[in-house]
Ligand binder design. Structure first.
Ligand SMILES: Cc1ncc(COP(=O)(O)O)c(C=O)c1O
Length: 368
C-alpha cells in the first residue's frame, strides 16, 4: 500500500507526457517556453481568476507577494503555527515578524476570533505594524475567508491565501485561488496537483500586483530582461514541469472526484477526521485523524507500522516551538490547540487510486 500513489497516475498520462517532453526537446525553450504560458492560461481559467503566475515553488509563491508589498523589518504578518514551516519562513526571511494565531481544533485552520485579538494586541503593543495575514488551507480545507476578509478590511491588511495544499478546493462556487488579495499554491510532487520537481503558482485578480509579482519572479525585470526595475529573484517554473502539470490537469477533476470517494468511504467508519464545513470542498491533500491522547496516537502509529500501513505525522512540531523560531520567544502553552494537535494527529494514506479493500484494511487496524 502506498501513502501516495504517483505511479498509477503516471501510467495514465505517460504517453501524452512523453509527447510533450519530446516537443520541448525539439523546440529547446526550456525556460519560459510556450508550455509555461499555456499552463498559466489554463490555471487561471480553472480557478476563475484574471492572472495565474507560475513560479519555482510554493515557498516563492508566498515570498513574492510579500516582496511586492515591501513587507520587511517592523512589520507583523499573522499566520498559524500549525502549518508547514515555509508559511512562517517567508515572513522571517524578509525580516518581518511572524505573529502566530492558534487554529480551530475542528478544521485545523486559523481561528478568526483569536486572529482579531492578535491584531488588536499587536496594535496595542505598538512595536510592530500589522501588514498581512497568511491563512493556510490545511490538508486541503479552505480557511474561513468571509470572516478573514472582514477582519482584513477592518484593519487594512493584505491577505495571501496559502493554498499550497488546497488547489482544487472551493467554498460554495468560489474556487481556491480566488480568496484574499492573492493565493499561493505549491506543485511539489505530493500535492493534489504536483509536478516532477519543485513548482508553484500565484493567483490574483489585481493587475498591478500581478505585474509586480511577474517582475519579481524574473529578477525584477519586465520588458527588458537585462534591466532590473525592482529587486527580484530567480523564481521561474520551467517548461518541463509545466508540461507535467498540463497533462495532470487533464485528469485533475476526475482525480478530485476519486479523492472525494476515498474521503467519503473513510468517513463511513471514522468520526475523528478533520472537519470539513458544509459547502466547503477539500482538495483532500491529506486525510488526518486525531486520537484522544499522545499515547494513543503513538500506539496507533506503531500498530499501523506493524501492519505495513504507511502513515505520516503532519505536523510533529508546531512552528513556535521549533529551534529556528526560538528568537520569537514563544513558549510551550502559547498555542494549546496547535500543540495538542501535534501530539495527537496522524495522516493516513490518501490518493485517488486508494481502493476500498485497502481502506477496509486500514479501518480494521484502527478498530482494533
Ligand atoms: C502549507 C504549505 N505552505 C507552503 C509550502 C511550500 O511549498 P513548496 O514546498 O512548493 O515550496 C508547503 C509545502 O509543503 C505547504 O504545505
Amino acid at each position: 500500500m502506498e501513502f501516495l500513489d504517483l505511479k498509477t497516475q503516471q501510467n495514465r498520462i505517460r504517453k501524452p507526457l512523453e509527447k510533450r517532453f519530446n516537443t520541448i526537446l525539439d523546440h529547446g525553450a526550456y525556460i519560459m517556453g510556450p508550455e509555461v504560458y499555456e499552463l498559466e492560461e489554463k490555471l487561471a481559467d480553472y480557478c476563475g481568476v484574471k492572472h495565474a503566475i507560475s513560479c519555482s515553488s510554493g515557498t516563492d509563491a508566498l515570498l513574492i507577494p510579500l516582496m511586492a508589498w515591501g513587507i520587511g523589518p517592523g512589520d507583523a504578518v499573522f499566520t498559524t503555527p500549525f502549518t508547514y514551516v515555509a508559511t512562517a519562513e517567508v515572513i522571517a526571511l524578509l525580516g518581518a515578524t511572524p505573529v502566530f494565531v492558534d487554529v480551530y481544533d475542528s478544521t485545523f485552520n486559523i481561528d478568526c476570533e483569536k486572529l482579531e485579538i492578535a491584531i488588536q494586541d499587536t496594535i496595542k503593543a505598538g512595536n510592530l505594524k500589522p501588514k498581512a495575514i497568511i491563512p493556510v488551507d490545511l490538508f486541503g480545507v479552505p480557511a474561513r475567508y468571509r470572516l478573514i476578509q472582514e477582519i482584513a478590511n477592518k484593519y487594512a491588511l493584505k491577505v495571501i491565501e496559502d493554498a499550497a495544499q488546497s488547489f482544487g478546493g472551493s467554498i460554495k462556487d468560489h474556487k481556491v485561488g480566488t480568496f484574499g488579495d492573492i493565493a499561493a499554491t505549491s506543485f511539489y510532487p505530493a500535492k493534489p496537483l504536483g509536478c516532477y520537481g519543485d513548482g508553484g503558482a500565484m493567483f490574483t485578480n489585481d493587475d498591478d500586483l500581478a505585474a509586480h509579482c511577474k517582475a519579481i519572479r524574473i529578477h525584477g525585470t519586465s520588458s527588458d530582461k537585462y534591466n532590473s526595475e525592482v529587486i527580484g529573484l530567480n523564481g521561474r517554473l520551467d517548461s518541463m514541469q509545466s508540461a507535467v502539470l498540463l497533462e495532470k490537469l487533464t485528469i485533475f477533476d476526475e482525480e478530485l472526484e476519486m479523492r472525494n470517494k476515498v474521503n467519503d468511504y473513510y468517513r463511513k467508519y471514522l468520526n475523528n477526521a478533520q472537519y470539513i464545513p458544509e459547502n466547503y470542498q477539500s482538495a483532500h491533500a491529506l486525510f488526518s485523524i486525531t486520537l484522544g491522547s499522545h499515547r494513543k496516537r503513538d500506539e496507533l502509529v506503531e500498530k499501523l507500522k506493524q501492519n505495513s500501513i504507511p502513515n505520516v505525522i503532519y505536523y510533529k512540531y508546531p512552528i513556535h516551538l521549533m529551534k529556528g523560531f526560538a528568537y520569537l520567544q514563544y513558549k510551550k502553552g502559547d498555542f494549546t490547540v496547535s500543540e495538542n494537535l501535534s501530539q495527537t494527529i496522524v495522516s493516513l494514506p490518501m490518493h485517488p487510486y486508494l481502493s476500498e479493500i485497502e481502506i477496509d484494511s486500514i479501518v480494521e487496524v484502527l478498530k482494533k
